[in-house]
Write a protein that binds this ligand. Structure first.
Ligand code: GUN
Length: 285
């Protein structure tokens, strides 16, 4: 039998701890505040930004939304970021991705002051992560590790296979697993013999954005599966459903599986709030 590791329940516990930390910061005279910047009208981004705002408010973090039109120039976006960087009342800055094509995402992410970079995407934070020297850690990879911590006491020597090489999930989660002394293989859509590689894994982190990619026969009995996929697919009856990257109905022989929905998704948001209070603490230091 597979244990279902419910990220929504773990996220609730994290939020309780964050709420306490917010109260402590208030007592120290700091009102933790998060600026969320949304450019354009991407429907998925609208949903994520709304969720982030509601979640921030629920733990007592002030959230300020900046909405810019789809035709916004890179220069205006950089000007907004400069203003937010300079504002001592703002502790975290998040620019929702993807950005419209006229804007170079790497320039924008690189313009955020590293200690306000609650997404952990600034090159300084990426460098800190890869050298194990602190910094703000990207939210989804951090959420994956906090889930794994619930079911694995000692990571040393375990074989971890990461499927997906994105800057947002694949690469940073591989670094975090490596830091715990796992033997890490990063794979992607062009990897040859992916099923055989996946079958060697004690831990699989599936973050390819491909519905049901990880089949039952890719999974070693007793493996731990972290499903990062959030794929919207249209069913035959016309309804849209959200499915992960793991064919969950074929994986009864796994030891642990995170569901989709109610798995990694809620952890991402809880980690954003956790990073925001960490950033606010940095401002106090
Ligand atoms: N778009 C998809 N995932 C993310 C994320 O983690 N952070 C931001 N800023 N945008 C995203």
């Amino acid at each position: 039998m597979t244990a279902i590791l419910r990220g929504d329940l773990v996220a609730r516990e994290l939020d309780d701890a964050t709420r306490i930390e917010v109260e402590r910061l208030r007592a120290d005279g700091i009102d933790p505040s998060l600026a969320v910047v949304l450019v354009g009208e991407d429907p998925a981004s609208e949903i994520y930004v709304r969720r982030k705002r509601l979640a921030a408010e629920a733990v007592g973090i002030r959230s300020i939304e900046h909405r810019l039109g789809a035709a916004t120039s890179q220069q205006s976006l950089l000007a907004l970021i400069a203003t937010l960087n300079a504002d001592p009342g703002i502790h975290g800055i998040l620019v929702q991705l993807p950005l419209p094509p006229q804007i170079a995402s790497d320039e924008v992410l690189g313009a955020i002051t590293p200690h306000k970079d609650v997404d952990g995407f600034h090159p300084v934070n990426v460098g800190r992560l890869s050298t194990g020297t602190g910094g703000l850690i990207p939210c989804t990879p951090l959420g994956c590790m906090l889930l794994l911590d619930r079911v694995i006491a000692d990571f040393r020597g375990l074989k971890a296979v990461v499927i997906g090489k994105s800057n947002i999930v694949g690469k940073p989660v591989a670094m975090l697993l490596l830091e715990r002394e796992c033997t890490v293989t990063i794979t992607h859509i062009h990897t040859r013999g992916l099923p055989e590689i996946a079958r060697t894994a004690d831990i699989i982190v599936a973050a390819a954005g491909s519905p049901g990619l990880v089949r039952g026969d890719w999974v070693k009995p007793g493996a731990v599966l972290i499903d990062v996929g959030i794929n919207r697919i249209a069913r035959e009856d016309g309804k849209t459903v959200i499915v992960g990257d793991v064919a969950a109905n074929e994986c009864d022989h796994a030891a642990v599986l995170t569901p989709v929905p109610r798995g990694v998704g809620p952890m991402t948001i809880a980690c954003l709030l956790r990073n925001t209070v960490q950033a606010a603490r940095l401002a106090l230091a």
